[in-house]
Design a protein around this ligand. Structure first.
Ligand code: PAF
Length: 283
């Protein structure tokens, strides 16, 4: 049964004991509302280090004023129950005051740069500055040797890796493949907000990824996915594009890299969903 820790003092006491015992630590940062996708991150974390901390913190800095920070589902008790049969040692569930002791004004410490303003960042200005700020702060609090992130949030993962590299943070980032339901829909806390019809309509997303995977070059991949998404009822497409996985920049006409990441964002039944797929061409 994981220990529930709310304060920095308690966390640092436990962390110090682990350090003295020579034990390595993995962190899985989350905003709660845990599902099987998170469990895959936790399982991987427990394989990568001696100790595992799951943080549960709904970060106000990554929500814009119209994105419903107050309405974001919070379910600490069911999250605790969900992790009860795992090898997680500590659930770190701090308050806003613990994470941001100087208050929320002018607290953003990290700028996600130009890539932070594209795709998800274009639709959600400031989102990635907020994500990087909280991730850096969680690293400061937990001092993990390893931190585990899901590939579903591919742009987030890219930007976290970039921050760790640029700032030479002493943490190894481990990525875990997206977990999907039986229809292929990527697991996300937001899926719980889909009604029956929207959940059915959302299955066009994995179909689009599949169609793109059958294409013979990046541009066909993009157009095939777009065709599926735009032809599907009930979906409002924000973006469907292909990026170079090493730079997260758009693959323009005339370039045909061997590997691309197809990325999509749609709204269905009022719920914004993102997904992506790595596609290899040629040998
Ligand atoms: O992916 C998420 O759940 C959040 O963006 C993260 C990494 C926990 C930061 O708040």
């Amino acid at each position: 049964m994981p220990a529930i820790v709310h304060t920095l003092e308690e966390l640092q006491g436990i962390r110090e004991a682990w350090r003295k015992a020579g034990e390595s630590v993995a962190l899985v940062p989350t905003m709660g509302s845990l599902h099987e996708g998170h469990k895959a991150l936790v399982t991987r974390a427990t394989e990568e280090a001696d100790r595992c901390v799951v943080s549960i913190f709904v970060n106000p800095l990554q929500f814009s004023s119209d994105e419903g920070f107050d309405d974001y589902p919070r379910s600490l008790h069911s999250d605790e129950a969900f992790l009860a049969d795992t090898l997680v040692d500590v659930i770190f569930a701090p308050t806003v005051e613990v994470v941001y002791p100087d208050g929320l004004d002018a607290v953003v410490t990290h700028n996600a740069g130009p890539i932070g303003e594209t795709f998800e960042g274009a639709s959600r200005p400031g989102h990635f500055d907020g994500v990087l700020t909280v991730v850096a702060r969680l690293f400061e609090c937990v001092t993990p040797d390893v931190a585990v992130f899901g590939c579903k949030d591919a742009q987030q993962l890219f930007l976290v890796q970039q921050m760790v590299r640029d700032e030479q943070m002493p943490v190894r980032i481990v990525e875990v493949d997206t977990v999907r339901d039986s229809g292929g829909l990527a697991l996300s806390s937001r899926n719980a907000l889909l009604d029956e019809e929207s959940a059915r309509q959302a299955l066009a997303i994995p179909k689009a990824l599949e169609a793109a995977g059958e294409a013979d070059n990046p541009h066909h991949a993009r157009s095939r996915a777009r065709e599926v998404l735009e032809g599907a009822p009930g979906l409002d497409v924000d973006y469907v594009d292909v990026v170079d996985p090493s730079t997260f920049t758009r693959v323009d006409e005339g370039h045909t890299p061997q590997e691309v990441r197809l990325i999509v964002a749609v709204t269905v039944g009022g719920v914004r969903l993102i997904d992506n797929r790595l596609i290899h061409f040629g040998q």
